[in-house]
Design a protein around this ligand. Structure first.
Ligand code: CP
Length: 331
């Protein structure tokens, strides 16, 4: 059993096959550990909007018998300063360095959605806010999407791929499922957290993984080292069993550092439509949601029987239950 005090990266989960076995056990009976969290409180802190993470993580905590408090930092709390060394003469009334230990007084576990600012690459990629919670809360913490990673989403994605793979491990045919992460256009600049984590988790899993995107959108080697990058989207899609679409802004790696967080392209030829899917091995379509129809994917593709966007979202409850269960078991 992994003694989990923090959940940010794939290695925090230990053996992935064991984690997938545990996910299957929870999915078969999600209330099996319904007394594990008795008299324990989860605090979910959101610095940004959420639908799936908010609901699925709360449901997971309830599956385990926990109490839940939700704090929307931008709605009803004092405006928080996150930088050290500033003179707080503006509109921010409280510093995160006091707020965090105070939050830690009222709960046993903290989930954090911190999100990327997309202006200061060093600050975002240092995961400053998340690590401050690790250091000053005195409680186990887990990421509900931070500046650079979204591990609960990636774990749910891995569960989904594993459930829908025609080439399960041990099938003996030697073929691994081909999983393609494709960039797609979006009107707003989005973080790299989802593609970073998806790449990190797929590289740790037993799949044939390919990333495709326009030049300039290269993801940070910290997450994608060893991944095959194919700039020709059609070539990447050929023979694919899973197409995972996502937009991300300039990661500041292949593009100029000063372009970090900017939109480099809105090329609509990258939108996943029926023609794109015809290049694949009748692939499943995946996206973490929320998704912009007509930009990332067309209506017919997301509504097709091969689309997994809803089962994927449903598995968020499973991934969160496994993670919270492990945190509770380690307390
Ligand atoms: N996929 C995901 O994390 O969705 P929310 O932003 O709605 O939580």
């Amino acid at each position: 059993m992994v003694n989990m005090k923090s959940f940010l990266n794939v290695e925090d989960l230990g053996d992935l096959k064991e984690a997938l076995r545990e996910a299957a056990e929870i999915k078969a009976n999600r209330y099996k550990y319904d007394t594990l969290g008795k008299n324990k409180t989860l605090l979910m802190v959101f610095f940004n909007n959420s639908l799936r993470t908010r609901l699925s993580t709360q449901k997971a905590a309830m599956n385990l018998g926990m109490n839940v408090i939700v704090l929307d930092v931008n709605a009803g709390a004092w405006k928080l300063e996150t930088e050290r060394g500033v003179i707080m003469d503006g509109d921010k009334s409280e510093h995160l360095l006091e707020a965090i230990p105070v939050m830690g007084c009222y709960c046993d576990v903290i989930g954090i959605r911190s999100f990327a600012g997309l202006t200061d690459r060093e600050y975002d990629y240092a995961e400053t806010v998340y690590h401050q919670f690790e250091k000053y809360s005195g409680k186990p913490v887990f990421a509900m999407e931070t500046a650079t990673v979204h591990p609960l989403q990636a774990f749910a994605d891995l569960i989904t791929v594993s459930e829908h793979s025609e080439y399960p491990e041990g099938s003996g045919n030697g073929r691994k499922p081909k999983v393609v992460l494709t960039w797609a256009p979006h009107p707003r600049a989005l973080p790299q957290a989802v593609p970073n984590s998806f790449a990190q988790w797929m590289l740790a899993a037993d799949v044939d993984f390919v990333i495709t995107h326009p030049e300039g959108y290269e993801l940070d080697p910290k997450f994608v080292a060893g991944a095959r990058v194919e700039y020709d989207q059609r070539k990447a899609f050929e023979g694919a069993d899973f197409i995972y679409a996502k937009n991300w802004s300039c990661p500041g790696v292949g593009c100029h550092r000063e372009d970090y967080g900017k939109i480099l392209s809105k090329d609509m030829s990258w939108t996943v439509d029926a023609e794109h899917m015809s290049w694949t091995n009748n692939a499943h379509f995946m996206h973490c949601l929320p998704v912009r129809r007509g930009m990332i994917v067309t209506d017919d593709v997301i509504e097709a029987p091969t689309s997994l966007v809803i089962p994927e979202a449903a598995n968020r409850e499973i991934s969160a239950t496994v993670v919270l269960k492990r945190i509770l078991q380690g307390m």
